[in-house]
Design a protein around this ligand. Structure first.
Ligand code: HEM
Length: 138
C-alpha cells in the first residue's frame, strides 16, 4: 500500500509540473508576435501536453487504487474527488487551448492566462490540506 501511495504522490507531482508550466507557456505565447518564437511555443505546448497527459492518468489510477483497494472514505475524500474533477476539466481545457494556439486563434491576453495559471495552485493547496488534515466538517 505504501508503494502505491508513493507512486501516487510521484505521479501527482510530475503531473503538476505540467499543469504549472503549460499555462506559463500560454502567458508568454500570448505576449509574442514573431513567427519563429510562436512556432517554438506551439511545439513546446504540444509536446508538454502529450507528456503530461499519461502522468495525470497514472496519478488518477494510483489514487483510485488507493481509494477502492484500501477502503478510504470520508467527507474529505468526497471533496477531494470533486476538486480532482475540476482539475481533470482544467487539464482537458488546457488541451483545447493548445489547439487554439496551434491555429493562431487565441484572442485572450497574457493577463487572462496569468489568472488561469493560479487555478491548479489553489486546487493543490486545497487537496493537500484535505488529504493530510482530513477535516470532519461535523
Ligand atoms: C482519482 C483521483 C484520486 C484519488 C481517488 C485519490 C485518492 C487518494 C487516497 C485514498 C490517498 C490516501 C490517503 C491517506 O493515506 O491518508 C491519497 C493520498 C494522497 N493524494 Fe490522492 N487521489 C486522487 C488524486 C489526487 C490528486 C489530483 C492530488 C493532488 C492534487 C492528490 C494528492 C494526494 C496526496 C498529496 C496524498 C498523500 C497524503 C498522505 O500521505 O498523507 N491525489 N489519494
Amino acid at each position: 500500500m505504501l508503494w502505491i501511495k508513493a507512486l501516487h504522490i510521484i505521479f501527482v507531482a510530475s503531473w503538476f509540473a505540467g499543469l504549472f508550466y503549460l499555462p506559463r507557456l500560454f502567458v508568454n505565447h500570448a505576449m509574442v508576435s514573431d513567427a519563429a518564437t510562436i512556432a517554438q511555443f506551439k511545439l513546446m505546448e504540444r509536446k508538454l501536453y502529450r507528456f503530461m497527459t499519461p502522468l495525470g492518468v497514472l496519478a488518477l489510477l494510483f489514487g483510485s487504487w488507493l481509494w477502492l483497494g484500501y477502503g478510504y472514505t470520508g467527507v474529505w475524500l468526497h471533496i477531494k474527488l470533486a476538486l480532482v474533477g475540476v482539475l481533470v476539466a482544467y487539464h482537458l481545457y488546457c488541451g483545447h487551448l493548445v489547439k487554439v494556439f496551434a491555429t493562431d486563434a487565441n484572442v485572450r491576453s497574457h493577463v487572462f492566462y496569468r489568472w488561469f495559471n493560479e487555478v491548479p495552485v489553489l486546487i493543490l493547496f486545497a487537496v493537500v490540506l484535505l488529504v493530510v488534515l482530513k477535516p470532519e466538517f461535523a
